[in-house]
Write a protein that binds this ligand. Structure first.
Ligand code: FE
Length: 336
């Protein structure tokens, strides 16, 4: 009898513990392997249990459909455009956190506190390892001296619409159309494939310059993508291009707090944790991204590209030119 009552007490205690323990629900489009180490570390530090729903797409629509009964607390994804879409769909709420505004540069977050960039990637240029070229402006990519030498994926891919939208923010529609036409004239092949194909085609002698994201170099050179990709990664060097009147175009992975978050206090705690020195370091190591917080070192492969100077146009402004960028890409027949 004594054994039974002890057992009952234990069951009662453990279920009471589970009920009272803090929980947090995340909806995310990010690969589980990339964010799980961060969430595990948060749980270890705070005791808050994190439930994660991984969604390939339709995240904003799902939260909108669930409405006030949505269990979602934190929405995590890649690309500032997707974060702005959450705000436009009315599924976020502004939060006021000094920890976040101090850690995240103002260019990389919503002015009203609806979303925050948590890690960064840069749109860079790959070039043959031995090429005598140290610096480049994005403007130079349309210079006829690169005729038949430039590789890029589809102009309509969000990575490229964001770059072209940033060009629009700097130079306006007429100059951007001219630049895009010049860049198209410089292409070595039809825009296709992914960013890593740029490195592959440099190794293959098809192109001299490839426009691509920074983190792929870490994925290739580290061997995580296999021997073939290691060879592509080692065939190239990375140039951090800048706008003549600005810096290097970056995009973010980031997060927002859901409008009807049932666990708002824990949600704010998670976002604040994600900009801690410890979490920013995990971010940098997990996917070769740049930490958004100043003073946290990037992975050595990424740091070897040189100092990143973030462009002076805010992501919110860049995103506002997205549609115009997409229309220009079609207008000049960039992908044809
Ligand atoms: Fe990517």
């Amino acid at each position: 009898m004594r054994n039974t009552s002890t057992l009952l007490a234990a069951v009662f205690l453990s279920s009471a513990g589970a009920v009272s323990a803090a929980e947090l629900n995340i909806y995310t489009t990010r690969e589980p392997g990339l964010i799980q180490p961060l969430l595990d570390s948060f749980t270890k530090e705070t005791g808050t249990k994190v439930n994660t729903v991984f969604l390939k797409d339709g995240l904003a629509e799902r939260v909108a459909t669930e409405g006030a009964s949505s269990p979602a607390d934190v929405l995590m994804m890649v690309d500032a455009g997707n974060l702005v879409d959450l705000v436009d769909k009315g599924v976020t709420q502004p939060i006021d956190s000094k920890v976040l505004t101090e850690a995240v540069p103002s260019e990389l977050r919503d002015a009203n506190g609806n979303w925050f960039g948590l890690s960064m990637r840069a749109r860079v240029v790959y070039a043959p390892k031995d090429m005598d070229l140290a610096t480049l402006n994005y403007e130079d990519l349309a210079d006829p001296k690169w005729k038949g030498k430039v590789c890029i994926r589809s102009g309509q891919h969000p990575y490229n619409t964001a770059l072209i939208a940033d060009y629009l923010a700097h130079h306006g529609a007429d100059a951007t159309e001219k630049w895009l036409t010049g860049l198209k004239d410089n292409l070595a092949r039809k825009p296709a494939g992914g960013d890593r194909d740029g490195a592959k085609d440099i190794l293959g002698g098809i192109c001299d310059l490839a426009i691509a994201n920074s983190y792929y170099v870490g994925l290739m050179r580290s061997g995580k993508g296999g021997d073939e990709q290691t060879a592509w990664g080692n065939a190239i060097k990375v140039i951090l291009p800048t706008f003549k009147d600005g810096g290097t175009q970056v995009n973010v992975s980031g997060a927002a707090i859901a409008k009807h978050a049932p666990n708002k206090a824990e949600a704010v705690k998670l976002l604040e944790y994600l900009v801690s020195d410890e979490a920013q370091k995990i971010y940098a190591e997990a996917n070769y991204e740049y930490p958004v917080k100043a003073g946290i070192a990037a992975d050595p492969i990424i740091a070897s590209f040189g100092e990143l100077k973030i462009d002076n146009k805010s992501l919110a402004e860049i995103v506002s030119h997205r549609k115009q960028a997409s229309e220009l890409i079609d207008k000049v027949g960039f992908d044809n």
